[in-house]
Design a protein around this ligand. Structure first.
Ligand SMILES: [Fe+2]
Length: 501
């Protein structure tokens, strides 16, 4: 595959300066209030056939009583829910009442160190040898088997009441997990064959000198169908994975960990990673059934997120967002003052793993800065044609995500919608229309921070025509701080007060 070309008609969108840092920064103000209301300010029309709930998670509180967190990834998880029915929509947000959230709220100060550099007040002496971390439940939210959970990769999921978003507490998923276990924030749902029930597949990682990976498969009744453990040599930073009908696939980024500055109270654990450009990225191919573990090496790159993977004869095809190195904010830099141009941009790469020849080659699908890949979930782990990504408004280099990019991976064409210069986009999600046949016959739902009004819009686009722009913009009464991941489910969760509205 050659890279997808940018139509000249889109170049008008691609100015050298598509945003101001001051406008971007305001999207990282905390949202301390918790709301519940019908969304009455709507431009365009919410599709009547769109029924269900969009759940989103992300750091909502970026400081505690005026003490700023060092990195947004250290922020407490706040769940937003947008319910759609009969062309109407309702909004609700609520913090996950984790043990740490409650303790810090009561104390009015930071009590925990964060993975990405947040320290307790008082300098290194106040942080030395304090290795306990707060389960911040801030990365994703999943509805599976009639259970809503907020996810954070280094600890247990937190179960939530789906109508009210009330926190029910950490969950072992009916004793599938133990209290000290982790549960990734990047589960995959295998849609299965047409006559099969879907499966939830998720993993946990515990890494030090070697890495223990445990993969779980659950049915829609939340029963454990399979659990497999693997050991990977060396340290591994693994945030996401991909599946196919026969494999789990993990990328072992070429990073090493020197925990000493963390132990001594000088840095967060995530700031102790050292990217090794001289070492390969290792791709671990783990069998879901019988078979040998395989490992193939490819050139050095860093991957947080994968788009999808599928089997093609003796090949595995994997599409991933690749960075030239680990895109971490300098430990001495306030994250709001980030110089985007100093960090590598994510690019969509396609890896071809030849399992017989034991070789890897890759194509760069697009060099354009992108993240948060979304596809029709019925194609997860299967061949697919369309992917939608959040993207920068400039054609090359790193910049805030301000647009949506749809790639036709078969025809090698693309289309785009831009929210620049005032809009900043979050993760898009694809929702198939009822009775859809075509893979891209659906809607894209995406939160967009509108810096002109300091509020967030939930934007709905026709996935078959992004360039036409939103078919509906739902203006919230406030902003939602830039978030991470979410899900859409066809189930409707309205509290009694919502229904009365
Ligand atoms: Fe993620």
């Amino acid at each position: 595959m050659t890279s997808v070309q940018t139509p000249s008609s889109q170049n008008a969108l691609e100015r050298s300066s598509t945003y101001t840092i001051a406008e971007w920064q305001r999207g990282y103000e905390s949202l301390n209030q918790e709301y519940s209301y019908p969304i009455t300010e709507v431009e365009g029309e919410i599709p009547a056939g769109l029924t269900g709930t969009l759940f989103r998670n992300g750091p909502g509180r970026l400081e505690v009583n005026g003490d700023r967190l060092h990195h947004p990834f250290d922020g407490d998880g706040m769940i937003s829910a947008v319910s759609f029915r009969d062309g109407k929509a309702w909004f609700r947000n609520r913090y996950v009442r984790t043990e740490g959230y409650l303790a810090e709220t009561a104390a009015g100060k930071i009590l925990y160190r964060g993975v990405f550099g947040t320290q307790k007040p008082g300098g290194w002496l106040a942080n030395i040898f304090d290795l306990k971390l707060k389960n911040i439940a801030n990365t994703s939210v999943l509805y599976w088997g009639n259970r809503l959970t907020a996810l954070w990769e280094a600890g247990l999921p937190h179960e939530l009441e789906p109508h009210t978003l009330e926190t029910l507490g950490p969950s072992t998923l009916d004793d599938i997990l133990k209290a000290q276990d982790a549960w990734s924030a990047h589960p995959r749902i295998d849609p299965g064959a047409p006559d099969e029930a879907p499966r939830l597949i998720n993993f946990s990682v515990k890494s030090a000198l070697s890495t223990q990976v445990v993969v779980y498969e659950l049915n829609p009744q939340n029963e454990l169908l399979q659990q497999k453990s693997f050991t990977i040599p060396g340290f591994a930073f693994i945030h996401d994975f991909v599946i196919t009908p026969n494999y789990y696939i993990f990328f072992q980024n070429p990073v090493t960990l020197n925990p000493l500055p963390f132990v001594l109270g000088l840095r967060g654990a995530g700031q102790c990673l050292d990217f090794r450009a001289d070492q390969p990225t290792k791709v671990w191919i783990l069998p879901r059934g019988e078979g040998e573990v395989q490992m193939l090496e490819t050139e050095s790159c860093f991957v947080f997120h994968h788009a999808n993977a599928y089997e093609a004869g003796q090949e595995l095809v994997i599409d991933s967002i690749c960075y030239a190195n680990f895109p971490i904010v300098d430990p001495d830099t306030e994250f709001r003052e980030i110089d985007f141009s100093s960090l590598p941009e994510g690019q969509l790469w396609r890896f071809h793993l030849d399992l017989a020849a034991k070789t890897v080659r890759h194509d760069v699908i697009t060099t354009r800065c992108c993240e948060f890949p979304a596809l029709n979930p019925q194609h997860s782990g299967r061949p697919y044609r369309f992917v939608v990504l959040a993207t920068a408004a400039i054609a090359s280099g790193n910049a805030p995500l301000q647009g949506l990019l749809k790639l036709d991976l078969q025809e090698q064409t693309q289309s785009m919608w831009s929210a620049a210069p005032k809009g900043f986009v979050g993760e898009p999600l694809f929702v198939a229309k009822p009775d859809a046949v075509a893979e891209d016959d659906g809607w894209i739902l995406c939160p967009v921070y509108d810096s002109a009004h300091h509020r967030t819009d939930i934007v709905i686009l026709n996935a078959q025509n992004l360039e036409a722009g939103p078919i509906a913009r739902l203006h919230l009464q406030h902003h939602i701080p830039y978030g991470l991941h979410g899900c859409f489910v066809p189930d409707l969760f309205l509290a009694e007060s919502d229904d009365a509205a």
